[in-house]
Design a protein. Sequence first.
Length: 522
Amino acid sequence: MSREGDGKLSDKDKLDLLRERREEAKLGGGLKRIERQHSSGKLTARERLDQLLDPGSFSELGMFITPQPTSFGELERKFYGDGVVTGSGLIDGRRVYVFAQDFTVIGGSLGEQHARKICLVMEKAIQTGSPIIGLIDSGGARIQEGLGHYGSIFYRNTLGAGVIPQISVILGPCAGGAVYSPALSDFVFMVEGVSRMHITGPQVIKAVTGEEVTSEELGGAAVHHTRSGVAHFVSKEEKECLDLVRELLSYLPSNNRELPPIRSTEDSIDRMEDELVDIIPDDPKKPYDMKQLIRLVVDDGVFLEIQEGFARNIIIGFARLNGHTIGIIANQPLVFAGCLDINSSDKAARFIRFCDAFGVSIVNFVDCPGYLPGTQQEYGGIIRHGAKMLYAYCETTVPRVTVVTRKIYGGAMSGMSVSKLVGTDLTAVLPSAEIAIMGPEGAANIIFKEEIGKAEDPEAVRAEKVRQYREQFANPYVAAEKGWIDVIIEPREIRPFLITSLERLRGKGERRPEKKHGTIPL
């Protein structure tokens, strides 16, 4: 570079130097490490941001921050960015803040400056009311430097909870203390064969317990999607995953002060869906797919299911009615007959609270015989876990409408937000629905125990008593007479009923007792 007479760089040379260093920063750990990242089936941090954000919208912060020397001496070279790319951008024209860990730079490990960069964009997201998205690909805390700095990230996760949507996308390893930031987020995305999350690795487990397990078996996407419930979404590859993040955000407001976005639709408000008449079997013990019913009701048949592989006896997710976002909680008769249990209660409770925090109206589709019986559930704390779901419903102030598609018995009337006494705004049932304190079989066995026992043909008498109980006590008209429900509708009327009901409830407000926060039974 040429220098002026006083030894200073010319303005042109200063521009050239800036451009040169920008290009160096964009290379992260260098071409060889980028090639290694690609050979392992992964995109680089910047390629991921390009895929996630609207083209040309990314504005970077902290590009030239460099790692600090550790007790093991200087790094082999200066790495700009300290292993994480941070800044803001747009998704469908809406502002988001982002950070993307760069595995090509010191394995994406977390050091002091790395943590500060993440905390800065988290703070900006909270201050501006913007979603925060973390693309995580890290070897963990940097030795002798990074471990304590996870706490500063957890603190900001907690400050932003219920204020802005927080999304964590696991695109590589995420181990040890690092896993708790995603756990504190609202939604966790993982990719098959790429993502790994665990507290302790296979080698530590083998040394301590003698158990042999692979990293994939311990913390892969399939494990967290189907067994632990940590992952809300799982994709086959990174591009699909990042597109799914964009889709999720299309349902959500940017913060708790805004309403969810409205999307135009040509799906008629008054659409009557005749196919709904035949979905629910006449036999109350025969299962059917509640997802099919949901898709026939919502706009354009589009339903974004969450935690699809975990606690499959309950269904949660987002859809739209007349363009407005709704959160759906529904029993799945195909799994455990739609009974509530420990995992389904936890799954639903968290989703209900998210919807309430961000002003998303709730629609419940109910077909539930009660709580799953057995010592495993009782010993595991179904009372405590079931209370979480009940608490979550009672805590909500957003519009809440329930449709009983076939049956609801006993305490599950409150647990599934059928009862008006837990704050449900409107409850509708179909003409074939059963609503009672107990199911007909159980009730008949108790009420008519003596008569059935003395009968010449006990089974015939039991069947007759079950039929009588179903007709006299478990039918929707008795429930309507007692004021337990608001309206009885035909199956084909579900969509127009829900749209009209939610429109009439829009703008609903409630005054609750003043308090710092509630004490949900965690």
